[in-house]
Design a protein around this ligand. Structure first.
Ligand code: M6R
Length: 617
């Protein structure tokens, strides 16, 4: 969940400035403390503290390095072992202050290793798991191993997950990077500068060429060159294919918007248009196995789980089979004794790195090797792709805001494309009918664009009105329950408000007792097959004095007439568009959460305690 960055160069460039800017681009991964180490004249120079990068930079001047320094490591932390304090911030050093380590991940056996190292006289300064690594390396260096050998021996002792970048004061032109279950990418500006980072945007302004480090691989970075090794066969260098990144750094910058979250909501139409162009052959490849599977599960965490709930509705309509949606962290517990052969697991993950998802997938593959994993992710080459039989990559582009927005809509769209492919393959609905669904899906980006153009002020007004109330909730029926839940999650994340999305029917069995005069309830009300029943629910809440705010389509009348305020989605009234309402209705709730965060003076891009990619259990 932390962000790590390393640079080694032979150029006269300001590496301090580059290191600082690069960890700022990784700040979405964790932002409770940060640190930088530079290397010069056989010494290491560390600056670190708890707090946000900009605040720390004010007094520590993180970018000011000794003149002539050509190597630096930088880290932004999401605390796991030990609270966010200066001492617990990375980098961590050994007893000789020669070895510096930055780490993303968790070492599970650190307590026993720490005991062992303490008994050998090592002195620890922090409460972190990471600090055992420099001390272990120090121990192996004492056994006359060179730096690579010592690092290999040390990490072979470590159980758990790690992305690591390591430097040594006496190895002036060398960073050693290795990974297991935590992402690490190597960037190369040939002959000049090498980079390593947890994510591509860190070095994208400087090079478009990269290598994706795989589990149990180690890379030795020198200025402008890199060598790769397998940890288990570390004498022989191995070849890896360089990849060219085809997106621009603009995509990972705010581009005039106050926050990434707002920018990314406004990018939804273009993200959807790109995702619409996923190759039809790969969609078909993904769809075919679903036709013959005996059991289908869909699993994910957080926002991706809500996309699964919405997407399974669309797929089930054409597939005609039950798809069970299970939160990934509960997957193994629920299916431990009942996962059968000829099952398919559809796994959704923006990052492709969420450990709560990777674990059950690995377990399922091991437990029943015949099971197929079909995954949808936004990140090419991410961990989930290694365990998957088929992969579809959403084309949302980099999503930097911690709150998932454009990736949510592109995930549902991708599942909708699979659903329509299933309809074609099954040949049950007429081709003309299927074409109408396609046309409706193609018009989704325009609907959202139109909505966003005209409605920001209305949403701002609703937010200021809602702020008078301590509580409110989102209610819906059918597929829109996923929309309601996602709206609730967004408000919790970015505005620190415990607002729930709930089934409108179920709300009668409990939450209705909260309603008093003027208590706001936001109904998500596309005119689908649940509309008339939802109308009944609206009346029940209105009869108890509830203030009704509704999300409806432009031509809506019945629920509009019962509402105090309506948010109107410019969507035609037909079953074709209704099927995709979970995509067209969500931007309103995302904007609502965004403006609510501003109302509370919170930074929506950096919600308290959260990180974009959750790689711990
Ligand atoms: O990268 P993933 O889609 O696997 O992430 C899953 C959740 O951690 C993620 O959706 C989380 O809930 C976001 N912060 C939502 O905005």
């Amino acid at each position: 969940m932390c962000g790590i960055f390393g640079i080694v160069t032979n150029q006269n460039i300001k590496i301090g400035k580059i290191a600082l800017e690069s960890i700022k681009r990784l700040e979405y991964r964790g932002y409770d403390s940060c640190g930088i180490v530079s290397q010069h004249n056989n010494s290491l120079f560390v600056k670190k503290d708890a707090g946000k990068i900009d605040e720390i930079n004010e007094y520590l001047k993180l970018d000011e390095f000794p003149n002539g320094s050509k190597l630096a490591l930088a880290h932004t932390r999401w605390a796991t072992h030990g609270p966010p304090t200066k001492i617990n911030s990375h980098p961590h050093l050994d007893c000789t202050d020669k070895i510096a380590v930055i780490h993303n991940g968790i070492l599970e056996n650190f307590l026993e290793l720490k005991e062992e190292l303490l008994s050998k006289g090592h002195i620890f300064k922090s409460e972190t798991d990471t600090e055992i690594i420099p001390h272990l390396i120090e121990e192996y260096l004492k056994q006359n191993k060179n730096l690579k050998e010592a690092i290999v021996s040390a990490i072979k002792r470590c159980e758990g997950a790690y992305g690591l970048a390591i430097c040594h004061a006496d190895y002036p032109n060398t960073i050693i990077a290795c990974r297991k279950e935590s992402p690490l990418i190597i960037g190369i500006d040939k002959g000049k500068t090498s980079y390593c980072a947890s994510d591509i945007p860190a070095f994208l302004p400087y090079t478009k060429y990269c290598y994706i480090l795989e589990d149990d691989e180690l890379a030795i970075l020198n200025a402008g060159s890199v060598e790769f090794f397998d940890i288990d066969n570390s004498d022989l260098p191995k070849q890896k294919k360089v990849q060219e990144i085809n997106w621009n750094i603009d995509a990972a910058e705010k581009g005039g918007y106050q926050h990434f979250m707002l920018k990314e909501i406004y990018e939804e139409p273009s993200a959807l248009r790109r995702t619409m162009k996923i190759s039809p052959d790969s969609i078909k490849d993904f769809a075919i196995p679903l036709l013959t599977a005996d059991h289908i599960y869909i699993t994910a965490a957080g926002t991706s789980f809500h996309a699964s709930l919405a997407g399974k509705f669309i797929i089930t309509k054409f597939l005609g089979k039950y798809i069970e949606a299970i939160e990934c962290s509960e997957f193994k517990t629920q299916l431990n004794n009942s996962l059968e052969e000829n099952s398919i697991i559809i796994a959704l993950s923006q990052s492709g790195e969420t450990i709560d998802l990777i674990e059950p997938i690995r377990w399922a593959k091991k437990y029943k090797p015949s099971i197929k994993i079909l995954s949808i992710t936004n990140i090419v080459g991410s961990s989930i792709t290694r365990y998957s039989d088929k992969v579809l990559v959403t084309q949302a582009g980099p999503e930097i805001g911690v709150a998932a927005t454009k990736t949510f809509v592109t995930q549902i769209l991708t599942l909708a494309l699979v659903a329509l492919e299933i309809a074609k393959l099954k040949n049950k609905d007429s081709q003309e009918e299927i074409q109408k669904y396609y046309e409706a899906l193609q018009s989704v980006p325009d609907i959202i664009e139109n909505f966003l153009e005209k409605n920001a002020d209305l949403i701002k007004y609703i937010v200021s009105d809602l702020e008078k109330n301590l509580n409110f909730f989102f209610l819906a029926r059918g597929a829109s329950i996923a929309t309601a839940k996602e709206g609730g999650l967004k408000l919790k994340e970015v505005a620190c408000r415990f607002i729930e999305g709930y089934s409108a029917a179920h709300a009668k069995h409990g939450p209705i007792s909260l309603v008093r005069d003027g208590y706001p309830i936001i109904f998500i009300a596309p005119p689908d097959e649940t509309y008339e029943r939802l109308l009944g629910n609206v009346m029940e809440f209105k009869a108890r004095g509830g203030k009704i705010i509704s999300l409806v389509i432009e031509s809506d009348e019945k629920i509009t007439n019962l509402s105090d305020i309506t948010i109107r989605i410019p969507q035609p009234r037909d079953k074709y568009h209704n099927l995709f309402s979970s995509i067209t209705f969500i931007p309103a709730l995302q904007l609502l959460a965004y403006f609510a965060a501003l109302e509370h003076n919170l930074d929506p891009d950096k919600p308290l305690n959260l990180a974009k990619t959750v790689t711990v259990h």
